[in-house]
Design a binder for this molecule. Structure first.
Ligand SMILES: C[S@@+](CC[C@H](N)C(=O)[O-])C[C@H]1O[C@@H](n2cnc3c(N)ncnc32)[C@H](O)[C@@H]1O
Length: 595
């Protein structure tokens, strides 16, 4: 991995209320109407039962789920032999190892999913994506890679209230909700041994898709229409009676026995990215832990600069400061959005490209795909996602026949996320996104002045120098782990044979006085971005572009970080003494020092 040899604070969560008052009024009217319909339905249902004097059999079940956390005593009383702790994970931020496992599990799923999409589809359409998703779920199950394969009641360790899933498939992969389509997930009698004192089936998780006519989502109370009888292919309206069996019975049993159910809401994320994400709201504690995304600059709190890029990026990049008094804004640098090269660095001539037209799709014919080991490193999904980190990615370049929209130019496209530079209490400036970033998406290239490393050796205090050490990664030098090994680097690619000192990075990117927003991205020992070397116009690995990609699905407002990769003890002061810098990333396995 490339890194800053010389040279996360927890995401800030805020309370939200999402809509403006006018929108809220309108929304409230709709909710009231839904509530009225649900009440009528409940009333007619209970009238019917009273009239007939029979137990509930064929009903359209609308279930009130109260999300208030019940008192421990009630729980203990209700659940003979079960302690209250049995149903709840140890709480936000406590079970960090479990968070780690969840992240690892989702990384595995995402990689399998992207590989599956690539194997199945050259131009993904909805049908193909659905097929790929289902196949990936089977694959993950077959590999016994579902993290919580045994169903459980209540919270799952490592998945906090407010957790955002990018898709339902992710929920299945981690074992949070084991049905890919059904809104209710429940336990059958095969779980009797674990929960012996209960009447089965028992629901464990519901998903509010927001698509059904009687579902009512009032933030602190939700009314959930049971499953079955909907016109699934059409307008989702109720066309048949539902039956009080399986999931519906499971939900009723939970309410009767006071057993918690996980509640997840499907949200359309109203960003330029507009995709559906799923937010786990918890049953007994609905708290909106994700921040409210400002609609205009006037809504941004602590705004100190409307756009640090001064119009150079496709989207404005505001800077905020709610730490200093009086608030300062980022200064002392000039924003640029493409590399500047000093005269004593010579960029090699552009290499010959592929002969494709439009977007490269046929890996057997595309010369650039061949450089990548016979396949494309990206999948044409969500504007291009990198399947996994590689030693080096060969993108299409100036001499290729394909157009600017080609998927194999993913990292060259303009900024696609709404980025904010914000002041953090201990690390100076930091960066986050207002949009959800899917794993494998490019976030930005590290931009600055391309220099010879020898020329910056004399600069003592420059925190913004990034050494291009792709070669070190490829050769596994300095204890670095090699990445994807099955890609033979083509002979045209310049990789020096030598080891050791003489193989130290020859070039670096200096963003001290001029650069893009990447210069504000801080280090974390457990980062959500990774560094990827990319070659697009030539094949000299020592002069590769340095691009930061999302390692995970990154929820809005989580600080963006990568691992600077310093070797401890490698930084010396002017007196020759080893310099140290304390790390404030806040990760469980933090190395405590940057260098
Ligand atoms: C490339 S700059 C990042 C942006 C910087 N925070 C700023 O205000 O411009 C690198 C410097 O940020 C600070 N920094 C980055 N990550 C840090 C961390 N995890 N803990 C402490 N300081 C950090 C250190 O001062 C480091 O030298």
């Amino acid at each position: 991995m490339a890194g800053k040899r010389k040279l996360a604070n927890n995401p800030e969560r805020k309370e939200l209320r999402r809509c403006s008052s006018r929108v809220q009024e309108q929304r409230q009217k709709e909710l009231d109407e839904k509530a009225r319909l649900a009440r009528e339905r409940l009333k007619s249902h209970s009238d019917k039962n009273t009239e007939n004097g029979e137990s509930q059999e064929k009903v359209e079940e609308a279930v009130h789920v109260s999300p208030k956390r019940r008192s421990p005593s009630t729980l203990t009383k209700m659940q003979k032999g079960k302690k209250k702790g049995d149903f709840y994970a140890s709480g936000n931020g406590v079970d960090e190892d479990a968070h780690h496992k969840v992240r690892k599990n989702l990384r595995f799923f995402n990689k399998q999913y992207l590989l599956m999409v690539q194997a199945k589809l050259s131009r993904p359409d909805l049908k193909g994506i659905t097929e790929a998703t289902i196949k990936t779920i089977f694959q993950v199950r077959r590999a016994n890679a579902v993290l919580y394969s045994r169903k459980r009641i209540g919270d799952l360790p490592g998945i906090d209230v407010g957790h955002r899933f990018f898709s339902r498939a992710e929920m299945v992969a981690v074992g949070f909700h084991s049905h890919w389509l059904n809104g209710i997930d429940y336990m059958g009698t095969d779980y009797k041994n674990e929960y012996s004192s209960y009447k089965f089936p028992l629901a464990i998780s519901i998903i509010m898709s927001g698509q059904y006519e009687d579902d009512l989502d009032n933030a602190d109370v939700v009314t959930y229409t049971g499953q079955g009888g909907n016109n699934l292919c059409g307008n989702k309206r109720q066309i048949k009676d539902q039956e009080l069996v399986r999931g519906n019975m499971g939900l009723k049993n939970c309410l009767d026995q006071n057993v918690p159910v996980r509640v997840t809401r499907g949200h359309e994320c109203k960003s330029s990215y507009s995709k559906k994400v799923y937010t786990y709201d918890g049953l007994y504690q609905v708290n909106f832990v994700y921040g409210r995304i400002p609609k205009s600059t006037s809504e941004i709190q602590g705004l100190v600069c409307e756009d640090i890029s001064k119009g150079l990026e496709a989207k404005r990049i505001p800077a905020t400061n709610r730490v200093d008094d009086p608030p300062i804004s980022p200064s002392g640098f000039t924003y640029i959005n493409s590399l500047k090269v000093v005269p004593n660095v010579k960029i090699p001539k552009s290499s010959t490209g592929c002969n494709c037209r439009g977007s490269c799709t046929d890996a057997k014919k595309c010369a650039c795909a061949k450089l990548n080991g016979g396949n494309f490193p990206y999948v044409d999904l969500n504007d291009g996602r990198l399947i996994e980190p590689r030693d080096v990615v060969f993108e299409c370049g100036p001499n290729c026949g394909c157009g600017p929209e080609c998927v194999n130019r993913t990292s060259q496209k303009q900024l696609r996320f709404n980025i904010e530079v914000f002041r953090s209490p201990k690390k100076g400036w930091a960066v986050r996104s207002w949009d959800f970033i899917p794993a494998g998406s490019p976030v930005c290239e590290y931009i600055g002045i391309l220099r010879r490393t020898d020329d910056v050796d004399t600069i003592i205090d420059n925190d913004y120098i990034f050494e291009i050490d792709c070669q070190q990664t490829m050769q596994g030098l300095d204890g670095r782990q090699r990445r994807l090994r099955d890609v033979a680097v083509p002979t045209e690619t310049k990789v020096s044979e030598s080891n050791g000192e003489e193989n130290a990075p020859e070039f670096c990117i200096d963003a001290g006085s001029t650069g893009n927003f990447a210069r504000f991205i801080n280090h974390s020992c457990e980062p959500n971005l990774f560094v990827q070397c990319v070659l697009s116009s030539h094949q000299d690995i020592k002069l590769a572009r340095v691009v930061l990609f999302a390692a995970d699905n990154i929820p809005p407002l989580q600080e963006l970080t990568y691992d600077y990769g310093y070797t401890l003890g490698s930084v010396h002061g002017p007196d020759g003494e080893v310099k140290q810098l304390t790390c404030y990333c806040g990760a469980l396995h933090c190395r405590k020092r940057l260098y």
